[in-house]
Every structure is written in structure tokens, then in C-alpha cells.
Ligand binder design. Structure first.
Ligand code: 5GP
Length: 210
């Protein structure tokens, strides 16, 4: 029987750099877990590709997917919906591969409820001032939206206590390395490896199951 893969969730306040860290992580060649592409109703930004960065859909399509129970989690964020299609996550986990989500904190709370075995990683900014300057430098939102995002971020940081791990995003390489270590350590847990040994012990010297 194939052992189910593990679910890893990267979340944290808006503007902390979740997307950048996730992209840097998946640029590494020896990654053996799958990224779950989110669905969103927001417009694609320059260079974004449908089916790679997101599945870009209309609000009606998104609402239909919610009504039909197709979403593992979803959240409304600055007037747009973002969510994780459930089927891809389940099928990939069932095939034995790990799945990695990069989602906002509301979504992570829903994953904790629906798939409590998921490992939640909180990406945190070194400080709030830096968070603000990152949002300003990104230059994709007006200042009022940035102020709103900062206030939201303060509330989100309080949610760290519900997570399994906290990773400071001081440098992208450090954050990526720490996330990889977390994934490694989680795989070394006895509860993860024990079933392999159990299976091995039921096979005799001729390679037959006892
Ligand atoms: P952006 O518009 O900058 O791509 O993403 C905005 C926010 O939505 C980010 O915090 C990102 O992590 C979050 N996000 C992206 N995909 C999902 C998703 O599938 N579910 C939830 N809950 N949040 C998401």
C-alpha cells in the first residue's frame, strides 16, 4: 500500500514574502514535493501564466467550485477569492507524494481544521517596518491598501501560536533552507517510518509475506 504523502502549508502575514520564498524553494532542483496551484479571481499580473502561477477564474466559477465542495480552503483577500482545489491535494497525497501549499492565514486555519495532519509553517517578517517597505517597494498597491494590509498583518502575526514552526524571512536563502529542514525532520519522525519497518518484518527470508 502506498504511504500517503505529507501536507506542508506555508503561510504568514501578507507581504512577508511567502510567494518569493515559495518560488525560490521550487527553483531548487532536488525538490520532491508538489506545489498545489491555487485558484484565484484576481487578474493575472505581468508575466503570470494561467495554470502555472494560478488558475485564473471568474467569481462565478469560483463560487460554483465552493458550492460543489471542490475547495480544500478558500479566503477572500482584498476583494478577490483565493483557494486550494481539493482534488489535486488528495490525489497527490494518495499517490505518496508530499504537497506544498502557499496560502494566507485564513486558509491555513481551515486546513488545520480539515486536515489536522498538515504541518503549518509560519513565515514571519524580521520586523513590521520592513514589511511596510516591502509592500511599498513592490509598488503594486496604493498607500491606503498598504495601510490596510499592515493592520491586517499585525493581527495575523498573533496567529503564529497556532502553527507548528516559525521561519523568519530575514534572507530568502535562509528561509528556504529552514523550510527544507522542517520537511526533512518531519519525515524522520518515527510515526512516518514505522510502517515501513512493520511491513519489512512481515516479509520472510524468501521475500514472501508472512
Ligand atoms: P497575490 O495576489 O499577491 O498573489 O496573493 C495574495 C495573498 O493570497 C497571498 O498572501 C497569498 O499567499 C494568498 N494566497 C495565494 N493562494 C492562496 C490560496 O489558495 N488560498 C488562500 N487562502 N490564500 C492564497
Amino acid at each position: 500500500m502506498t504511504k500517503r504523502g505529507m501536507l506542508f502549508v506555508l503561510s504568514g502575514p501578507s507581504g512577508v514574502g511567502k510567494g518569493t520564498v515559495r518560488k525560490a524553494l521550487f527553483e531548487q532542483e532536488d525538490i520532491n514535493f508538489a506545489y498545489s496551484i491555487s485558484m484565484t479571481t484576481r487578474q493575472p499580473r505581468d508575466g503570470e501564466v494561467d495554470g502555472k502561477d494560478y488558475f485564473f477564474v471568474t467569481k462565478d466559477q469560483f463560487k460554483k467550485a465552493i458550492d460543489q465542495g471542490q475547495m480544500l480552503e478558500y479566503a477572500q483577500y482584498v476583494d478577490n477569492f483565493y483557494g486550494t482545489p481539493l482534488k489535486y491535494v488528495n490525489d497527490t497525497l494518495d499517490s505518496g507524494q508530499d504537497v506544498f501549499l502557499e496560502i494566507d492565514v485564513n486558509g491555513a486555519t481551515q486546513v488545520r481544521e480539515k486536515m489536522p495532519e498538515g504541518i503549518l509553517i509560519f513565515l514571519t517578517p524580521p520586523d513590521l517596518l520592513e514589511l511596510k517597505s516591502r509592500l511599498i517597494n513592490r509598488g503594486t498597491e496604493p498607500i491606503e491598501v498598504i495601510e490596510k494590509r499592515i493592520e491586517q498583518a499585525k493581527q495575523e502575526i498573533l496567529m503564529m501560536k497556532h502553527y507548528d514552526y516559525a521561519v523568519v524571512n530575514d534572507k530568502i536563502e535562509n528561509a528556504v533552507e529552514n523550510i527544507r529542514q522542517i520537511i526533512n525532520v518531519e519525515h524522520l519522525q518515527v510515526k512516518q517510518v514505522y510502517s515501513d519497518y512493520e511491513q519489512m518484518l512481515t516479509i520472510n527470508e524468501k521475500g514472501e509475506a508472512k
